[in-house]
Each structure stands twice: as structure tokens, then as C-alpha cells.
Design a protein. Structure first.
Length: 208
């Protein structure tokens, strides 16, 4: 048994529906590894249970795994608004979201969250950033403008397969976007932050 196997064996089991979604994502999409998966999915649910947000904003739905995981942790009156800019994902993702037990808590929107999320007129308690890494800093500023004081941002992929410390990737635009974001957050007096070395890096940010 590997350490990863041990961790999963001692973590809340992955729901069968989410396992089927994870498998389908890996079989039928090009970038299947982008789905959160068992460990991160259970962490997202746990964080929602701890924070107890009324409104969650997700930027980057992909196949819907993280959206469903977070919605599982919501109270009955909680809502999650998830944006996916790639309209080619809609035919795959929408049936999985609508077929889940938490479908009534999820609003799945095809569009650019940077432009469309502020138009909702909602003050969010929690945001999960998992969109285009090249625009992370712009995305962060948008989220900060509609996040309540004391609210939380979860930023995914902030270690970027270790590329943030590998000079081979210095000219890669996605890596540059992540590095710029990480440096910016570290120096931002408006927030407190910690990077968790989970999967590809997950930064927990609290707006003061």
C-alpha cells in the first residue's frame, strides 16, 4: 500500500456518483486529470461544511466534480454558481450536474466569470478559482470585489506540477500566470493565505 492509498483509505469514501463522474471524465475528455478527484473533493466538501457559506462562486466548472463536491457540503439554503468558459464542455457536464442529488443547489453557467459573475449582484462567502491560470490575478481581483469581508478564496493549481520552481518553464505563460498570482497574494495586505501541497497545490485565502 502506498502512502496515497493509505490516505484515501482513511478519508471519507468517494461517493459512487462522483467516482462514475471521475471515470467518465478521464475516459471522455482530453484533460481528465483536471477533475478534483477523491481526496480534493472530500476536502472541498469539508471546507464548505466548516465555512458554511450561503453563496459559493466557482470559476472553471470543467466536468462538474468540484461543483458537486462543494454543493454536498452546503446547507439547505446554500447555492453554488459555477462558470465554465468552454462551451464545448456543456454537453458533457450539464447532464452530470443535473443528475446529481445536489442539482437544485447548483447554477451552471456557460460564460466568462470575469465579466459575468459581478453581474449576478451577489456577495459571495466562498470562491473556488480553477480557471485560466494566465488570468488568475485578474480573476482574484474580480472575486475580491464581490467577496464579503471574512470570506474565503480557494485557488487551485498554485504549485503547477512544481513548475513554479523549475526555470525550464520560465517562458510558459500558464506558469508565469501562477507565479505572478502567488507573488501578488503573498504581498497583499488585504488577505491571509496558506498553500497546501495537495495534488497540484491549493491556496487557502481569507479576506480580512
Amino acid at each position: 500500500m502506498t502512502l496515497d492509498d493509505y490516505i484515501l483509505a482513511h478519508t471519507e469514501p468517494e461517493p459512487e456518483y462522483l467516482y462514475k463522474l471521475w471515470r467518465a471524465t478521464n475516459l471522455h475528455t482530453i484533460h481528465g486529470r483536471m477533475a478534483s478527484g477523491h481526496l480534493q473533493g472530500r476536502l472541498l466538501k469539508m471546507l464548505v461544511k466548516m465555512i458554511r457559506p450561503k453563496n459559493i462562486l466557482e470559476i472553471g466548472t470543467f466536468s462538474g466534480y468540484s461543483a458537486i463536491s462543494m454543493a454536498e457540503g452546503l446547507d439547505d439554503d446554500g447555492r453554488l454558481y459555477t462558470f465554465e468558459i468552454n462551451d464545448e464542455m456543456e454537453d458533457f457536464t450539464r447532464p452530470w450536474i443535473e443528475g446529481s442529488e445536489v442539482a437544485d443547489k447548483i447554477h451552471f453557467i456557460i460564460g466568462d466569470a470575469l465579466k459575468e459573475a459581478p453581474k449576478l449582484g451577489i456577495e459571495f462567502d466562498l470562491a473556488f478559482m480553477d480557471g485560466d491560470k494566465r488570468t488568475y490575478r485578474d480573476c482574484y481581483e474580480m472575486v475580491m470585489s464581490i467577496l464579503r469581508p471574512g470570506g474565503f478564496i480557494l485557488a487551485d493549481n498554485t504549485l503547477w506540477d512544481g513548475h513554479v520552481v523549475d526555470h525550464t518553464y520560465d517562458r510558459d505563460h500558464q506558469t508565469q500566470g501562477i507565479e505572478n498570482f502567488n507573488d501578488y497574494i503573498a504581498a497583499d495586505p488585504r488577505v491571509e493565505q496558506v498553500i497546501l501541497p495537495l495534488r497540484d497545490g491549493l491556496t487557502l485565502i481569507r479576506k480580512k
